[in-house]
Design a protein around this ligand. Sequence first.
Ligand code: PLP
Length: 801
Amino acid sequence: MKSITKKEFKDKLLEELDDQFEVDISHASNLEIYRALATVVQDGYAKLWRQTRIEEAHSGKKQVYYFSIEFLPGTRLRSTLLNLGWMDVVKSGLEDLGVDLDEIAAQEPDMALGNGGLGRLAAAFMDSLASTGYIGNGNGIRYKYGLFKQKFVNGYQVELPNDWLQTSKSWGVRRDNKSEIVRFGGKVELVNDDNWLVPKYSGTNDVAAVPYDVAMVGYHQDVVNTLRLWDAEVPAGAELQYPTIADRRKVEDLTSVLYPDDSSYEGRLLRLKQEYFFVSAGLQSILHYFRNSLKQTDPEKLPEHIAVHINDTHPAMAIAELMRLLVDEWRLDWDKAWDITQKVMSYTNHTIMAEAMEKWDINMMQEVVPRILQIITEIDRRYVISLSNKVSAEKINSTKIIKDGKVQMAHLAIIGSHSVNGVAPLHTRLLETVVLKDFYDLFPEKFNNKTNGITLRRWLQIANPRLSDLLDKTVGEEWRSNSTKMLELQDQYDNSNVLTKINQIKFENKKDLSDFIKVKTGIKVDPTAIFDVQIKRLHAYKRQTLKLLHIIKLYQDLKNGIDHPKRVVIFGAKAAPSYTFAKQVIKVINEVAAVINSDTSIHDKLKVVFLENYDVTLAERIIPAADLSEQISTTTKEASGTSNMKLMANGALTIATMDGANVDIAKAVGKDNIFIFGLEKDQVYSYYNNHNYHPGEIYHQDKEVAAILDSLINGTFPKAATEGRVLYNNFLQDNEEFFVVKDLKDYLAKQADVEKLWKDKKSWSQKCLVNIAHSEEFDADSTVNQYATKIWHLKKLNSGK
Ligand SMILES: *Cc1c(COP(=O)(O)O)cnc(C)c1O
C-alpha cells in the first residue's frame, strides 16, 4: 500500500484547493474540500491502479468480468480511504485543519446505479474481488441519472431525478481510446465470402460506447481493479447518421436512466437496447484486450484467460454476442465457438418470481438486434437437435430458448453457461426442484449454490465505528481483514462488561439516529425504545403490509389500555414508479403513521417513521441503530436477502420467515437467537397447488384479525380511505399470493416474544453478541472466494507485496 503521512496529506490537500479553486482552507466550501480531497485520494491509488493493469496483463492470470446492469456502490470516498489505509491519517489531518471528515463525506451523492439487493451485491463483489487479491472487472452502464430520489408529498411517493454526476464525476476516468462501436437495428444478410457466411449489414444505427473506469481499491492490498461503465455517444465520423439534435439526444438517452424497477419491465425497447449496449461493448473490449494486451491469437485460449459472469439475465445476450464475435469476426467454426462460450460464461439466478423472468418478443429483437436473434435461433435449433430422441419432447419444449414468439433469457443463460447458481441454499433447492427442474434433470452438474454476502468493511468499519472499536478491544484488530476472528466474540457471552458495552454502543447509535429523524421529519423519538427496522424495496412479497398490520394492532392495544414496551418502527423503501400497489402501501403507512404520531393519548409509546429516499447512505445510518430486523417475506419468495445480514452484523435481532438466507442466519445463530414465524416452504406450495387458501375464513373466525383489517376501511385512517380499501380487499382475496392474513397471528405472537425478551436486558444483549459474532459467515470476501475458486477458476494476483 502507498502510505501517507499526515503532513504530506495536509500539504497535498491545501495544494489541491489552491490549484482547483484558488482558495485556502478557511474560505473553502465543504464541496470544494470534498473535490480536492477526492483528487488527493485518486492520486493516492493512481500508481497502484496502473501497476495492477500492467501486472495482470503481464502475469497472464485469468480474470473475471462481472457483467451487471446494476451496480450500487453508494459513496466512494470513505470506503476508498478505508481500503487505502488512509482513514485515520485523513480524519486527523482534517481535524488539524478544523474540518470534520463526516461533513465533507456528506457532500458526495450516492452512486446509485442500481435498484436494491442485486446491484448492491455486484458492488460488494467488486470490493471483495480487489480486497481478496483477485483480478476482477465490473462491466456496466454509466447511467446519467441514478435511481430516482424519493420524496413524500401528502403521503404519496414522488420521484425526482437523481443527477449524481453533477458532483461525483471525478470517480470515473474517461478512456476514449478504449471506445467501442455498438451496432443496432438495420438489416442483416448473410453472404458468402471465401466459403464463410458473413453478415452484411445495412441501415444500422451505430453508437459509440465510451468507457468510464472507476477504480476499485482493495482493502490493504496492492490490487486496484476496474469497474468499467459505458456511456453512449454519437460516434465520431457518424454525424450524418444523426443530423438533428433530437437524433443525437436519442443516442445519448440510451444511457440516461436506470430502470427503476427490478421486477417488471417498462420502456421495454430502450431496456433491450441498454442490455445489448453494455454487453456488446464489454465483450468487444475484452477481445481487444485479449488480442492486444495479452497478445493472444488463438481464441481457444480464451477460457484460460477470461471468465464472464452474467449477473441475472439482463446480460444474457453476452452468450449470443460472444458467438457473434467468434464466428463472424474471428471466423471460428460454430462448434468450437460454442465450446469456448460455454467455458467462459457463468450465470447467477436471482429470483423465482415468474413475472421477473425476462422474456423478449422476437419481433422486438428483430428490430433492435437482428444478428443476435439469428444467432439465438441457431443456438436454439442446435439445442433441440442435441436432445432429440434422447429426452422427452415435453422436456425439450419446456427448456428451449424460443417459445411462443419469445426469447426466454434464463434459458439462454443456462444453456450457454457452464455454471448456474442460486444465492442461498433454499433458493438453489427451489431452482433445482421447482422453477428450473427440467434443466436440473438435464444438466445437474451445472447447478450450484453461492450464498450472498455483504461488505463488512462498509457495514461495520465505516457505518459503525463504535462497534468496530469494541471488536478491536475484545477480539483484536485482525477481524478487520479476517472476519472469522469475529467468532471469538462468542467467548465474551458471559462477560457483563462486554454486554454492557454492546448495549451502550447501540444506545449511542440510536441517539444519533434519533437526532437525524428529528431533523428530517420533525418527529421526536425516544432512543430507549425498541428500534424496529424494515428497510428494503417496497414489494408485495417483502410484506411491509404485515408490519403495517402489526403497527395497527399495537396502536389498538395502546388505545385500549393494553401496555407494550415503547417502540419506534422505522421504514425505508422505494416503490417502482409503475408499481401501483406498492405506492398505495406507502400512502397507507404514511397516513397510519401520521395518525399514530399525533395521538397524544398513547403517550409516545409508539412512533412510526418512514424515512424518505432509502439508499446505501441512509442504510449506513439506520442499520447501526436497529434493535430488531424485519425479514418477513412470504417464504419461498426472497432469494437471499442481504439487509438481514447487515443488520445482524450490527447486533440487531432478526424476526423472520424461513426464507432466503434467513434460514442460514437461523442455522448460524441457533433458533434461540432469532424469532422465526410463518408458513414454511412446503405449506406455501401446498396452498399454491391446491388453491385452498381462503383468508376470508380467518377473518370471519378471528375477531382480533377482523378488528385490525377493519381499521383500514372504517375511518380510523381517513386520509388513506381509498388505498386502505385496496389493501383490505387485497388481503382478503381468495388464494392471495403472499399469505398476509395467514401469517398474521403467528407474527403477532412472535412480536410478543420480542417484547418479553426486550425486558430482559442481559439476555437481549447476549443474543446481540451471538448475532454479531456469526455475521462473519456472510462476509462477501468468502462468497467471492467461492465464486473465484469453484466457478471462475482464478488465481490471486499477489502483486508486489
Ligand atoms: C442491502 C440493500 C438492499 C437489499 O435489501 P434486502 O432487504 O436484501 O432486499 C437494498 N437497498 C439498499 C440501499 C441496500 O443497502
